[in-house]
Design a protein around this ligand. Structure first.
Ligand code: ACO
Length: 399
């Protein structure tokens, strides 16, 4: 049942809903989720179909414009995205100001927020063409910025984007090539990366997307709004989970320690949770996890790494979660981040970059929601509170 708060008056009744479990904040035509049935649709298309038949840039087009592109529209979109992949050289100088051991998410918050200083033209958010250019700039430049962060942390020179490569291939090239050595992109890895991008492209009103909408509702510029989304995504209960999965697997270290960690996860006096398990919305299974699991198997087969000790621990945890009554009763299934972390580790991507890659993929979702909101009727977001502090009291003038 839905209560429309517009019927309740501005000062009288309000809902108290910590975590916004039952509060709808907007209307949206972008993504549909039925958590109980394990359904995720983008503009009506099943996520598994997009993962199988589409590619990331086509999915971006779908999210932004509402329909799948024709062949000509797709070709034009790809060229436009490629035309925006370079970033201002001054952004490199800005990057140089960071410590090179900074977490790349911290650097990404800075770089993306700073895009509003480097790209000041086409910033009239009431003009749909300007909003479209902001979307192109973000989708195109996020991989360049992400790879720049990684190279900087390694003390290596930035690799410029290569427009003869696909979106996923170009990202892997900027991450792993050096001026001395070309990086031959493995097509299985590129396909897996593209799938990771598709599966993370949007997920309706999650914490980071809601943050982007809330920031945007004040009229803030799109780059500032996306930077706000990145900060929210960073947390381990959201996008930081894929990094937390790998940290946890390393901490478990050996199959013989699994029971101890499972006991910790079940102990209500211990804050430890099994990272990569459970989801706020999917209480049966995460349809993205199914696709990611298959992709994970493909990448590991390609590498011949199925015997990796970390992966053995992961597979055992997966099995326990599917059998142990604690996990079964609470419907705590492996989520998409459980598998994406393992794939990225296998490809050679360092753990600290995992959440950055999530942010890159989700940028299209964020900007589509921002655009949908700004293009329609909206109000500044202003949640209510249940005040539990002091009532009015006298200031002690004799203190
Ligand atoms: N390990 C152990 N127990 C868990 C876990 C877990 N990963 N997740 C939930 N539980 C338990 C809770 O302790 C609680 O038990 P109780 O009923 O006995 O008190 C019950 O399951 C329900 O948990 P909630 O916290 O109410 O579930 P909620 O829907 O609020 O949380 C969340 C979902 C945040 C994802 C949670 O499952 C979690 O912390 N998982 C680990 C982090 C993670 O993988 N996050 C990624 C989410 S996917 C994404 O962002 C793309």
């Amino acid at each position: 049942d839905v209560i429309d708060v517009r019927t309740l008056g501005s000062h009288g009744v309000f809902t108290y809903d910590p975590g916004f479990m039952s509060t709808g904040s907007c209307e949206s035509a972008i993504t549909y989720i039925d958590g109980d049935a394990g359904v995720l649709l983008h503009r009506g298309y099943k996520i598994a179909d997009l993962a199988q038949h589409s590619d990331y840039l086509e999915t971006c087009y779908l999210l932004l414009y509402g329909e799948l592109p024709t062949a000509e529209q797709k070709a034009e979109f790809v060229v436009t995205v490629k035309n925006h992949t370079m970033v201002s050289e001054s952004m490199q100088k800005f990057l140089d100001g960071f410590r090179n051991d900074a977490h790349p998410m911290a650097v990404m918050v800075g770089l993306v927020g700073a895009m509003s200083a480097f790209y000041q033209d086409h910033m009239d958010i009431t003009d749909p063409k300007h909003r479209e250019i902001a979307a192109f700039r973000l989708i195109s430049k996020m991989p360049t910025l992400a790879a720049m962060c990684y190279k900087y942390s390694k003390g290596q020179p930035t690799m410029y984007p290569r427009n003869d490569l696909s979106y996923a291939e170009n990202f892997l090239h900027m991450m792993f090539a050096t001026p001395c050595e070309e990086y031959k992109v493995n097509p299985v890895f590129a396909k897996a990366m593209d799938r990771i991008f598709i599966l993370h492209a949007d997920h309706e009103q999650n914490a980071s997307t809601s943050t982007v909408r809330l920031a945007g509702s004040s009229g803030a510029n799109p780059f500032a709004c996306i930077a706000a989304g990145i900060t929210t995504l960073w947390g381990p209960a959201h996008g930081g989970a894929n990094e937390a999965v790998l940290t946890m697997l390393e901490e478990i270290g050996d199959e013989s320690n699994i029971d101890e960690f499972i006991a910790k996860a079940k102990d209500k006096n211990d804050p430890f949770r099994l990272m990569g398990f459970g989801h706020r919305v999917y209480k049966n299974f995460d349809p993205r996890a199914k696709v990611m699991r298959e992709t994970c198997d493909q990448v590991l087969a390609e590498l011949g790494q199925s015997d990796d000790p970390m992966l053995k621990i992961a597979k055992r945890l997966e099995q326990i979660a599917l059998e142990d009554p604690y996990f079964v009763e609470r419907k705590l299934y492996p989520n998409v981040d459980f598998y994406s972390g393992i794939i990225m580790k296998a490809i050679g991507i360092p753990t600290s970059m995992f959440t950055v890659i999530f942010a890159m993929s989700r940028t299209v979702g964020w900007i589509s929601h921002w655009n949908e909101m700004i293009g329609g009727a909206y109000k500044i977001g202003r949640p209510r509170q249940l005040y539990v502090g002091h009532t009015e009291r006298e200031y002690p003038t004799d203190k």
